[in-house]
Ligand binder design. Structure first.
Ligand code: HEM
Length: 407
């Protein structure tokens, strides 16, 4: 029999995001250093797996689940509307219940379903660009990265576009259920936002029932009407999850993309030379190099032995997409390199991001649109970066460019 060592008995490198030296400027380097020691590291709340194979294993293991309820309970959220919202979140569902929901809604999130929204995305980009009024410098996050995904989600849901700022606010607040800093101080605000968003989505569903359209809610309602299928509550919860998951993620990924390209002007010019050809590989390279969810987590439900290490029930494991993505192709940022690796940016296994195709379409449209209008994009000040523990956001990104014939 092979000997098994309990994970707590191992001497592991420490990844401590509370240390002053740990942050967006240093984290790639620190993770690379930890990886030199092996596939496993320790952090304040979790054991971190740093390679593809283990990441894939823990994301797919039947004996693991997303630890959303456990995190909530740590912060005293054990009942009430916020707990109910967290309890029903698709990310926290497991087994047959989760499988059934995914199979019912999968067809609404295919690449082809996402492609239908591309003309709308292009319209929003053109409106936001026109809103710059011919300027040749702007703070990119406020001007484009932030409003673009909430307008897109409004269109996808069939909500009035004027409601996009409200959707942005709710999405941003409700997502904080995953943010341990916010859970320490903002529970009443998060709960209020979850309640308001639920009320809004319920009314939207009622309206769509009487006036169906080509939007996601109308598609989901058809599944609701087919007998045993999607219940009203499931429909509301799912729309809430799409709203919460589909705004600050794409916003952050788009802002990270522009930051990366400002640092790699040759790559940006290449993209600008043939945006139709290069937008897709450019997005894949951005997703690979700077994943905005560098870590996701699982809780072990029953003891797991993996590579001679025992992970007892109750252990939290963080899966590091950032290291897993760089395992095959390294650190270089190159949009036309022939990459042949699996990406972990959208997770893996049963909870693989439901909105991945929509997010890719949004990012491709944005990069194609912007590169052809500002091929000499440059930084116009230091970017302000968010923390890497949750969604790795860009708070502010001053950029400048010179006008082209398309401006
Ligand atoms: C670049 C943008 C995005 C990134 C990087 C991203 C990342 C992720 C990741 C890593 C997961 C899996 C988490 C886990 O297994 O622990 C996930 C799940 C999910 N994402 Fe995304 N996401 C993005 C955009 C979107 C969009 C646009 C939507 C909605 C339209 C969306 C909706 C969801 C939903 C509903 C889940 C839960 C799926 C399930 O539990 O079965 N995401 N996302």
């Amino acid at each position: 029999m092979t000997a098994v060592t309990v994970v707590t008995d191992l001497d592991l490198p420490e990844i401590d995001y509370n240390q002053p030296g740990f942050g967006p400027e240093t984290y790639h380097e620190q993770l690379a250093k930890a990886r030199e020691h092996g596939w496993l590291a320790h952090s304040p709340l979790a054991f971190v797996v740093l390679d593809q194979e283990s990441g894939d294993f823990f994301l797919r293991a039947r004996q693991t689940a997303f630890p959303g309820r456990q995190i909530a309970e740590l912060f005293g959220i054990t009942q009430g509307p916020l707990y109910e919202h967290i309890d029903a979140n698709i990310l926290n569902l497991t087994g047959d219940k989760h499988r059934r929901l995914r199979s019912l809604v999968g067809h609404a999130f295919t690449p082809r379903a996402a492609d239908r929204w591309r003309p709308v995305m292009r319209d929003f980009l053109a409106q936001l660009w026109a809103g710059l009024g011919g300027a040749t410098r702007t703070e990119f996050v406020a001007a484009i990265a932030q409003p673009y995904p909430s307008r897109t989600i409004a269109a996808v849901l069939g909500a009035p576009i004027d409601d996009a700022p409200r959707l942005y606010y709710w999405s941003n607040m409700v997502q904080r259920q995953f943010d341990i800093q916010a859970l320490s101080t903002q529970i009443p605000d998060i709960e209020r936002a979850a309640l308001e968003a639920r009320e809004y989505v319920t009314q939207l569903l009622e309206r769509r029932k009487t006036t169906p359209g080509a939007d996601l809610i109308s598609t989901l309602l058809q599944a609701e009407e087919q007998g045993d299928k999607l219940s009203r509550d499931e429909c509301v919860d799912l729309v809430l999850n799409v709203l919460a998951g589909g705004v600050d993620t794409t916003q952050s990924q788009l802002a990270q993309a522009l930051r990366l390209f400002a640092a790699h002007p040759d790559q940006w010019r290449l993209l600008a030379s043939q945006p139709e050809q290069y937008a897709k590989p450019a997005v894949t390279e951005v997703l690979r190099t700077e994943p905005i969810a560098p870590f996701t987590a699982r809780i072990v439900l029953e003891d797991i032995d993996h590579r001679g290490v025992r992970f007892p029930a109750g252990t939290i494991v963080a899966v590091c997409a950032e290291r897993a993505n760089r395992e095959i192709d390294g650190d270089a940022f190159d949009i036309i390199a022939a990459r042949d690796g699996k990406l972990f940016t959208f997770g893996a296994g049963p909870h693989f991001c439901l909105g991945a195709n929509l997010a890719r379409a949004e990012l491709e449209e944005a990069l194609a649109f912007l590169s052809s209008r500002m091929p000499d994009l440059a930084l116009d000040g230091e970017p302000v970066l968010g923390g890497v523990e949750g969604i790795y956001n860009v708070e502010s990104l001053p950029i400048s460019w010179t006008p082209t014939s398309r401006t």
